[in-house]
Each structure stands twice: as structure tokens, then as C-alpha cells.
Ligand binder design. Structure first.
Ligand code: ADP
Ligand code: ADP
Length: 239
């Protein structure tokens, strides 16, 4: 389980664009939280700070009460193992099969992976197949990703994310490339994973309606600041 605390985070880029200003919130294990806001609000930047792709300019991120920058390399790697990210554009290897994509979940560089696939044991393959069944792709394991629909691609990406058994799933615009019906199915799957597996889901989206339907808490960002943090009911009351 992970407790995540974001305290007075600021992020400015070299060109002096301030993407985030004084952002504070915390998230407990098992929550389903949506960060919402218009394009340019700072949502992606926030996610990049959380998954360690960017460093913040000021403020700190605490993981289980330890500041992220003080966490030793070893623990940081351990923590990163505890989280997975899925993306708007899926980030899959299109010419490889579903199964190959899921199996290579933890490889830093996937360009050479056909060569290492043979190294995977049957236990790992079993787990990957189970996860493909879990996301509703049991029949597609050998299918090259390029033949799949957008929804099936995102399901593959979710199965790959679950290979690490993450405590925290970061979903960066997971339904932005999908039609509304498919988007709703993907959010149902994420909610199921949150409820049955106790995985914390932190999603970012510009779809307010679906975010309200599937998450119990919304954090509204605008111009790099938090303008709302509460339940969908509270949003209704405040409009
Ligand atoms: P969102 O994901 O909500 O659309 P972003 O986090 O992508 O917002 O962007 C927030 C602001 O930061 C925008 O003004 C954007 O132009 C700026 N920004 C994002 N990344 C960079 C970068 N690498 N360099 C400079 N400015 C950036
Ligand atoms: P890691 O998965 O090693 O913990 P992150 O999730 O922090 O790394 O992602 C770091 C960057 O690498 C992200 O900005 C993302 O764009 C890119 N990335 C992550 N996973 C993939 C992938 N499977 N394929 C392509 N790019 C990826």
C-alpha cells in the first residue's frame, strides 16, 4: 500500500512557463481520483512529477511519509515498481503480439525484446495470460497489436501495467483516444481493478462527465492551480 502526499509543488520550465503552482493534496490506498481540467492546465506535468519523469522546482512529494528526493536509489526503484502508468496513445509495440507486449512490461528498452522473450519462464507467461483474460482479451494473445481496436489496445496496456502488481496505477488521459462507449468500458475496467484488487487509480482526463461517473473524488486544475478537490456531489453543488 502507498500513501502519496503532494505538498506545495511548483513546476516552472526553462522558458519560464509555470505549469504548476502550489499544488497540495494526498491520496490514500484504494482511492479512484480524477484530475480534471482544460488543455494546458498542468495535468500531464503533474503526472510526470509523480512517475519521476520530471523533478519539481519547489515543494515535495512524500511516499509513505518519506520525501521522494530523500528516498535512496534502491527504494526509489522499489517504489517505481509499485506504480504503473498507462497512456493516451497506449505506448505499445504495434508489430508485436498482445502477449509479447504484456510480457515485456518491466523491460526498460523494448527494442531488442524478441531476443529476450525466450528467457521468460512459464510462470511469467501464465501470469501474462491470466491478466489478458482479466482484461477480456483471452482470445487475442497472439494477435499483433496493430490489428486491435483502440479499446483492445488500452486493455493490453492495462494488462501490461498490472504485470508489476502495482499499488498505484497512473492513467494519463486513458480514454482521450477512444470513442465514448469504448471509453466507458475502459473506465469500468479500471474501476473493477480499483475495487477488486485495491489498486489506487489516479487518472487524468478532460472528460468531466465520465470522470464524475467513475471516480469518487475529483481534483480540478486550471492554470496550474487546484480549483476544486471533492466528490462529484460537491461539484454538482458548487455549479
Ligand atoms: P495538460 O496536460 O493539462 O494539457 P500540461 O501539463 O501538458 O497541461 O502543460 C501545462 C503548461 O506547461 C502548458 O502551458 C504547457 O505549454 C507547459 N509545458 C508543458 N511541458 C513543457 C515543457 N517541457 N517545456 C515548457 N513548457 C511546458
Ligand atoms: P518506467 O516504466 O520505467 O517506470 P515511466 O513510467 O516513468 O518509466 O515512464 C517514463 C517515460 O517513458 C514516460 O514519459 C513514457 O512516455 C515512456 N514510456 C514508459 N513506458 C513506455 C512504453 N512501454 N513504451 C514507450 N514509452 C514508454
Amino acid at each position: 500500500p502507498i500513501k502519496l502526499q503532494i505538498q506545495h509543488i511548483h513546476k516552472a520550465f526553462k522558458n519560464h512557463v509555470t505549469a504548476l503552482e502550489d499544488i497540495s493534496f494526498s491520496i490514500s490506498q484504494g482511492e479512484f481520483v480524477s484530475v480534471i481540467g482544460p488543455s494546458g492546465a498542468g495535468k500531464t506535468t503533474l503526472f510526470r512529477l509523480l512517475n519521476g519523469t520530471e523533478d519539481c522546482t519547489k515543494g515535495q512529494i512524500l511516499i509513505d511519509d518519506h520525501p521522494m528526493e530523500n528516498i535512496r536509489r534502491q527504494q526509489k526503484r522499489q517504489f517505481k515498481k509499485n506504480m504503473s502508468t498507462i497512456y493516451q496513445d497506449f505506448c505499445l509495440v504495434e508489430n508485436s503480439s498482445c502477449l509479447e507486449n504484456v510480457l515485456t512490461a518491466t523491460l526498460p528498452d523494448m527494442s531488442f525484446f524478441p531476443a529476450v522473450l525466450g528467457l521468460y519462464g512459464t510462470a511469467r507467461t501464465e501470469k501474462a495470460l491470466q491478466l489478458l483474460t482479466r482484461v477480456g482479451l483471452a482470445e487475442k494473445e497472439q494477435e499483433p497489436v496493430k490489428n486491435l481496436s483502440g479499446g483492445q489496445k488500452q486493455r493490453t496496456a492495462i494488462a501490461r501495467a498490472l504485470m508489476r502488481q502495482p499499488s498505484l496505477l497512473l492513467a494519463d488521459e486513458p480514454i482521450a483516444s477512444l470513442d465514448p462507449v469504448t471509453g466507458r468500458q475502459i473506465l469500468s475496467l479500471l474501476k473493477d481493478i480499483q475495487q477488486k484488487d485495491g489498486v489506487t487509480v489516479l487518472m487524468n482526463s478532460h472528460n468531466l462527465e465520465l470522470s464524475m461517473e467513475f471516480s469518487h473524488r475529483l481534483i480540478g486544475l486550471n492554470n496550474g492551480r487546484i480549483v476544486f478537490d471533492g466528490s462529484p456531489d460537491e461539484i454538482n453543488d458548487s455549479v
